[in-house]
Design a protein around this ligand. Sequence first.
Ligand SMILES: Nc1ncnc2c1ncn2[C@@H]1O[C@H](COP(=O)(O)OP(=O)(O)OP(=O)(O)O)[C@@H](O)[C@H]1O
Ligand SMILES: *[C@@H]1O[C@H](CO)[C@@H](O)[C@H](O)[C@H]1NC(C)=O
Ligand SMILES: *[C@@H]1O[C@H](CO)[C@@H](O)[C@H](O)[C@H]1NC(C)=O
Ligand SMILES: *[C@@H]1O[C@H](CO)[C@@H](O)[C@H](O)[C@H]1NC(C)=O
Ligand SMILES: *[C@@H]1O[C@H](CO)[C@@H](O)[C@H](O)[C@H]1NC(C)=O
Ligand SMILES: *[C@@H]1O[C@H](CO)[C@@H](O)[C@H](O)[C@H]1NC(C)=O
Ligand SMILES: [Mg+2]
Length: 677
Amino acid sequence: MNCMTIESFALPAVIVLLCLNPAAVVRGTVTQDLFVFSGFTGANLTFDGTATVTERGLLELTNGSSQLKGHAFHPVPVRFRSSPDSTVRSFSASFVFAILSTYLALSCHGIAFTVAPSTDLSSALAAQYMGLANIDNNGNASNHFFAAELDTMQNVEFQDINNNHVGVNIDGLHSLEAHAAGYYDDQKGSFVDMNLISGKVMQAWVDYDQEALRINVTIAPIGMPQPVRPLVSVTYNLSNVLLEPSYVGFSSATGPIHSRHYILGWSFAMNGPAPAIDIAKLPKLPRLGPKPQSKVLEILLPIGTAALLIVLGITAVILVRRRKRYAELREDWEVDFGPHRFAYKDLFHATDGFKEKHLLGTGGFGKVYKGVLPTSKLQVAVKKVSHESRQGMKEFVAEVVSIGRIRHRNLVQLLGYCRRKGELLLVYDYMSNGSLDKYLHYEGEKPMLEWEQRFRIIKGVASGLLYLHEKWDKVVIHRDIKASNVLLDKELNGRLGDFGLSRLYDHGTDPQTTHMVGTMGYLAPELIRTGKASPLTDVFAFGTFLLEVTCGKRPITEDGQGDQLLLVDWVLQHWHNGTLLETVDTRLQCNYNTEEAYLGLKLGLLCTHASTNKRPAMQQAMDYLNGDKPIPELKSTDLSFNIIALLQNKGFDPYIVSHPPLSDISFGTISDLSGGR
Ligand SMILES: Nc1ncnc2c1ncn2[C@@H]1O[C@H](COP(=O)(O)OP(=O)(O)OP(=O)(O)O)[C@@H](O)[C@H]1O
Ligand SMILES: *[C@@H]1O[C@H](CO)[C@@H](O)[C@H](O)[C@H]1NC(C)=O
Ligand SMILES: *[C@@H]1O[C@H](CO)[C@@H](O)[C@H](O)[C@H]1NC(C)=O
Ligand SMILES: *[C@@H]1O[C@H](CO)[C@@H](O)[C@H](O)[C@H]1NC(C)=O
Ligand SMILES: *[C@@H]1O[C@H](CO)[C@@H](O)[C@H](O)[C@H]1NC(C)=O
Ligand SMILES: *[C@@H]1O[C@H](CO)[C@@H](O)[C@H](O)[C@H]1NC(C)=O
Ligand SMILES: [Mg+2]
């Protein structure tokens, strides 16, 4: 006997069972004689009327509509006799069922396990006829059916005993024998009532013994083994009833009350006990109608509901607040920049909610906070830039992101950004040693940076700027080179930060002559005149920076009389007087390399030359710094330009916008200053 031959009609569970139990195979004339459904997903059944298998795998005989019937039969007829002339053999059926009603105390009309000569019961009626017969043929021996009914209505015409009974029916609805629903307890022997329409899952057994001609029907709550004493036990010779072959299945019908009749599992065997249904695999019942309520529930339910509503309300408020707190601006065009986009929530947590104690400093564009990214534990500096207008934001973010791709050991890495309403957040690598200006303009006697460190930082910044100008895909103008934008990493390497940021304030105007942004003292004269930034305006700022680092003085300094004086002019005066080395930071106390100091001062003067064509490009400046080329001697005609004088001559241009750097003198202060002179 090959297991595969059974596959065509049975579920895998049957195959397993047959394979494990060869006796079952030998006994049955194979095939249709034995099956088990623990749930009906994928089951091949013959349906009629409202019967169907639900998504969950329930066999739904009626669907809740009134006055309808439903039939489900095993598609292959069962051979009840071993030969056409012999008697009906013993059989066993078992099924798990549940009845759901919209009313607590009423339901109609019930379920009948049925053995019938045909699956076509179209002439049968619904309601009290349970889809088994009609007015004309009820009880007629030509019907040839046997049914075990679970009847939930009392129909006087059929002498029903009550509206909750189990009966054995032959050819009609008038039961041969019936009993109120319930079971006999195996231990105590007492009868336990059961309510068929309780909505609870129950199991039923139908057994026929060919020797004793006895039909036993038993029911019990689900999970309980079959009680020994049957609920209904009738002696009847089914050989006089059943035709050969016959179909086994279920019939059910509804009347005026909406009820749902479900079969959850079913097993059948000829000549042997019905195989066990795997209760763990049974599908779940749908929820329907009011549930039986206790007094406790009546009190607890409103309280519970109220509590739930309050909790839901609070949760909603928290969620809305959270949403608002972490709200971001995100637009379609940003999809391209996805990887560079940070979640505001992450930045918020990284900086402990932008607490003051994490504040690294305040610049012209906004505040900078130290943070630790939640997942990567990477230390970052988060710069909050307030920006009201959306105009130019797209271009700016595009630029920020493209700049973010630049990687160089002398540039502060931009990791990404985040956007909120009126706010842009830029995320940078954290530089543990802060910005260079703090070291240069430190109030105290001892220098905080030795000459070698300073010269190394100068070279580093030069190399970073050279990279921006000449080595990357496109020319990037920094626009804001100054000591506070030179950050020191943990090895005290100089790294340029904040490049491109000033562009944020440029957009929306003529791209050729953009509004000038920068810090006074670092601004090239032609930049003040035309507002047009170029690599050579960067070179000018770099020259100022060179002088600042070498002299340890701010770009706008004071002369002996307390008047404001450009550092460039001051160094230039000393150069004229031949006392150039006197300008070197006195705090170094002559602990410096004279050659290098000369180089720094001369290159500083060369870079801050008033005429652009006299300034070296960054590559040249780099060559001088590395000693690859000698720096040309300055001529006295190479005079710098006094920017303050220029401002006074030209008058202050109201169109010149400058962000107000707190640590450096800005245009605002310059105009005050010019007014005061
Ligand atoms: N990546 C960073 N790592 C560590 N500290 C930083 C970083 N970026 C900025 N800081 C600190 O935050 C301070 C403020 O920086 P911010 O760039 O806002 O101002 P600024 O450089 O003085 O002026 P500007 O707005 O012109 O750049 C800096 O002086 C520096 O100490
Ligand atoms: C269901 O069973 C019948 C009878 O064996 C068969 O004819 C039919 O092809 C089967 N249908 C499916 C979908 O297996
Ligand atoms: C029940 O089934 C019948 C026929 O199959 C259908 O007309 C009716 O809408 C169904 N009712 C529900 C509640 O699904
Ligand atoms: C029983 O049904 C058969 C066939 O349908 C019919 O001939 C016969 O008259 C019926 N008997 C009664 C008592 O109605
Ligand atoms: C039916 O129940 C009786 C006990 O009332 C039992 O002796 C008999 O074996 C049962 N028959 C079947 C087929 O289960
Ligand atoms: C049952 O009925 C059949 C057919 O009428 C008959 O052959 C058989 O002897 C009957 N069985 C018993 C035990 O009376
Ligand atoms: Mg800065």
